[in-house]
Design a protein around this ligand. Structure first.
Ligand code: ADP
Ligand code: MG
Length: 317
């Protein structure tokens, strides 16, 4: 049996499915991201994994031992599996240091002190140890929440949308810090998010969750280049249907723009984006409109342009 295993777990709320039989096997030290839109069952899944929610069917095992749900255990939850909520749950009247050390009240004093020092250093919070949560930035609060959860040396850390209250710059900075911290600690981490881009920055081990079901599992390259469904394909970019085919599609970035050779069209719209211009091109023969990336920012509205693509970039969906 694997280190952490979820076997056919399902959950309904008022007869509506939140999670359909979901199974997962993880090895120790693995770092997994689960990506799904709001309402896809991410928080429900994490709560069941942590023993904080009663499932309708299925079981969770850590190192072969069943994780008991709140109906089966007097005090819900486990020190071995810690869930970090998106709104941090910090003690507002305790300092950064106290927030972390309060987790260790039952531990030997000397050990607790050195553990807190270690975490403050690891998380870059040493200079902020005497501040209260209200005196911290969103990213710093998130790190205190992680420090709290890490204090008891959990085997598994579950992060529920940890970046939802941070801006893009803060998120990217925190992601690179967390990657280092988690790999240093060797903790098994499951992170859920609605944001595919955040997930891709953190790990290459992904599950796409759609309406309580696994839509696809794989590396970023597998999901991007070999999506099994249109839903998965469209998480990465818009897709363009190749005229006169039934189910062949190509991504905007894989379309080549030329002055001759391919399908003729003309630019009907242009959007200036961060790394490229996004063009709408209406194809002449089929009348279909494609979305393509003009990385050279070469074309303007009204231009005639030919589109072509490499056969190996075609996705069959
Ligand atoms: P996510 O975290 O991906 O946004 P959730 O796990 O929170 O999704 O919710 C999955 C589905 O279950 C949603 O349709 C949500 O409305 C429903 N749900 C979640 N918690 C409850 C609850 N306590 N009571 C009733 N329905 C719930
Ligand atoms: Mg949620």
């Amino acid at each position: 049996m694997s280190y952490f295993s979820i076997s056919n777990v399902s959950k309904f709320y008022n007869d509506l499915p939140a999670l359909l039989p979901f199974s997962l096997e993880m090895e120790q030290g693995e770092f997994l991201a689960i990506v799904g839109e709001s309402g896809s069952g991410k928080s429900t899944l994490l709560k069941i994994m942590a023993g904080l929610e009663v499932q309708d069917a299925g079981e969770v095992f850590l190192e072969g031992q069943p994780i008991l749900n709140p109906n089966q255990k007097i005090v819900s939850g486990y020190d071995e599996i810690r869930l970090i909520h998106q709104n941090f749950h910090l003690y507002p009247n305790s300092t950064v240091e106290e927030n972390i050390s309060r987790q260790l009240l039952h531990y030997e004093k000397k050990y607790a002190k050195s553990r807190v020092e270690h975490l403050l250093k690891l998380l870059g919070l040493t200079d902020f140890r005497d501040r209260f949560p209200r005196q911290l930035s969103g990213g710093q609060k998130q790190k205190v929440a992680i420090g709290k959860a890490m204090a008891v040396e959990p085997d598994i850390l579950l992060l529920d949308e940890p970046f939802s209250s941070l801006d893009t710059i803060q998120t990217h900075r925190l992601i690179s810090e967390l990657k280092e911290i988690f790999s240093e600690l060797g903790t098994t981490v499951i992170f859920v998010t609605h944001d595919l881009d955040d997930a891709l920055r953190l790990t290459d081990n992904l599950i796409i969750l759609q309406k309580g079901k696994v839509a696809q599992k794989g590396t970023s390259q597998q999901l991007c280049e070999k999506p099994k469904t249109k839903y998965v394909a469209q998480l990465f970019s818009p897709i363009n249907k190749i005229p006169e085919t039934k189910n062949s599609f190509v991504r905007p970035a894989d379309v080549k723009l030329r002055t001759k050779g391919g399908l003729l069209g003309h630019v009907t719209d242009l959007r200036f984006l961060v790394h490229f211009n996004s063009l709408q091109i209406q194809l002449k023969e089929s009348g279909v409109t494609w979305e393509v990336d003009d990385s050279q920012r070469k074309y303007v509205v009204g231009d005639r342009v030919y589109v072509s693509w490499n056969e190996e970039k075609i996705m069959t969906l």
